[in-house]
Design a protein. Structure first.
Lengths: 348, 348
DNA sequence: TCGATCTTATAAACCGATTGATCTGTCAAG
DNA sequence: CTTGACAGATCAATCGGTTTATAAGATCGA
């Protein structure tokens, strides 16, 4: 039976005072190497681990931070979590993952509870919690440090790390245009993610610059999940004038678009080019593999955690995105470029 | 500035003793309705939340449990987490998600640290941590209650919830045989998951019963991830006698198999049937959608948490699986059934 | 009316660490 | 031979709850 050992046991075994043990534990000055060694040996022998509960009560750091998220793309969350976790692991800090529902009327209260009950030292917010008012108010009221990953609003409030969603969407749209596509549909992201608007904006900007018209019928609402991409594509295919390319603003929706296209008997990517966004693992799993925007999700999370841990409260870091070409996007065949017949069908 | 309020503030405001407040908080007897009401009002007004740290120190439950996992399939983990989380949420218990690496030589130590530092009341183990010796020893030594999801060994040690992996694999294999397939390849799971052996066993049993030979060249090593499925399929396709169906022992690997087949120019499912296992969200995202075994992952996790929370230390529950037919498996065309020519190729 | 059972108060000990105040030695520089 | 700077001991308070012991008023049945 391994009875829990406490700081008294350690001090007794090492033959030093409790205060000295505490000094060793917290890296305080005025401890000689030999004393430190004695104490460390005693700690090892007793397998002593200071109780966080007691340290928290005594008012020092809890060495715990929380990651709060609400996301419907497991691959995305997996990367966010890994990034935070890795940095925490290096720093010897525990990470508590806390899923929430931003639509729940008492998220604010839940977050307040989390903080005052667990005494976490800080918080990492992932989109869309980054722009959830009740949560932001709760955190501000508590006066606890927090950083945000890809926030869409209140940029002056906290440190943040993000990418240029508008530019990335612009890049992808331009890429499609350069390949000859003129009828490019777009699937929007979940309305409570600010990135959704940014991506739509980038798409429109690229269209404008190329002198292409913006046609609202080629815009579909989405929710960052497979099903909404599927539905969006079905809608596009029912249009008298079909798009030759679909740009879905994340990979899950792009997979949905592809599935609907496959189901309709289209030959991908020749009959329809499909572009994604995020470059999650999923992008390589579907067929054809997705041409997509690589979002540095892991690094975003790692960097955010870094900022929190080092107490940099008001810095903003933009990380670089990258257009990844795979096989889901093809140049528009010549015969389709010429005609603009409304009754034109992808294949006979 | 919302100064933290403590139990003293509450007792003062409510005009009762600290002890009485404590009674209300812990649902102890001997509190009249009117007194209880007064205390509850005071709690609400002060937005008082008892500090877990203090309660832990005082020796009562921490109302926290941990979920320890090490898995390479985000969709699987997502479901496990959701199941645990939902049950915890209902019970007002906090869930700490803790990823580990079972191959790390000091997992045991990490787990011991987790328990003695956070004072969690119990632990849910997900495969393959369920069969990680250092972790099991650490937990036993600590004397902390824990339950396991799909353990492969030491069944008498703890409560567990699981499905019949062998029977499920048998079912799927039999399904393929019934559709006329005779050359059925199999992609094994990660060697540190006990379920991998079970599934292989079920596959062989079905083959035996049907009087079909077991050919080791049609067995590939896998690791439950996309890439290993991809590699396995490439290997199968290089064989002089190609399989007509591949049964991959999870969905991620099945997606890999499909990708390799697509890349080789095969027409799915006609040239090659592909079956998966798990029925994660991914199964519907790939093309063609996977015929797979539905593993009740969410319910498994929920039930495990239930057992832990209600203190049922030695019960075992088997949950039912189900064969889900989608479009990745097709009957073997007649002309292929007849011949068994080693040089036979899927398409000309 | 007496005793039993509720209901609540008061005071103090305790959980395991941190921290501040106070005090005693060492040892080396000036 | 002082004088500091450093190393460590001792004691007690503190964080925010739980819990035990003791006491006492209220309520109720016999």
């Amino acid at each position: 039976m391994s009875q829990r050992s406490n700081i008294r046991d350690v001090s007794a075994l090492a033959g030093v005072s409790i205060k000295t043990v505490s000094r060793v534990l917290n890296d305080h000055p005025y401890v000689s190497k030999t004393t430190r060694k004695k104490v460390e040996d005693a700690i090892k022998e007793l397998d002593f681990r200071p109780s966080v509960a007691a340290r928290i009560l005594a008012g020092i750091n809890s060495s715990q931070i929380a990651l709060i998220y609400d996301n419907h793309s497991p691959y995305y969350i997996d990367q966010i979590q890994s990034g935070c976790w890795q940095r925490c692991h290096e720093a010897g800090v525990r990470l508590l993952g806390q899923p929430v529902d931003v639509a729940d009327p008492d998220v604010g209260d839940q977050v307040r509870g989390l903080v005052s009950e667990t005494h976490v030292d800080g918080i990492v917010l992932s989109s869309p919690v980054t722009d959830c008012d009740p949560v932001l108010r709760a955190l501000e009221g508590l006066g606890i440090p927090f950083v945000r990953i890809s926030p869409g609003t209140n940029h002056a409030m906290t440190s943040s790390v993000f990418m240029d969603d508008a530019q990335a969407a612009d890049d992808m749209t331009t890429h499609l245009i350069n390949l000859g596509h003129r009828r490019i549909a777009f699937v929007k992201g979940h309305p409570n993610h600010m990135a959704s608007d940014e991506r739509l904006f980038g798409y429109r900007r690229a269209l404008d610059r190329a002198g292409l018209p913006f046609d609202p019928r080629w815009i579909a609402d989405g929710a960052f999940d497979f099903d909404s991409g599927f539905l969006a594509c079905q809608m596009f295919l029912a249009l008298p004038e079909r798009p030759t390319a679909v740009f879905a603003s994340n990979d899950d929706m792009a997979a949905g678009v592809q599935a609907a296209a496959h189901q309709a008997g289209l030959d991908l990517p020749n009959d329809l080019s499909v572009a994604g966004f995020d470059d999650t693992t999923l992008a390589r799993m579907v067929w054809p593999p997705l041409t997509t925007i690589r979002q540095p999700t892991f690094e975003l999370a790692r960097t955010a955690t870094e900022l929190l841990l080092t107490g940099q409260t008001l810095v903003h870091r933009r990380l670089q995105h990258e257009l990844i070409e795979r096989d889901s996007v093809a140049p528009l065949p010549a015969h389709k470029t010429a005609t603009n017949n409304p009754l034109d069908r992808p294949s006979t």
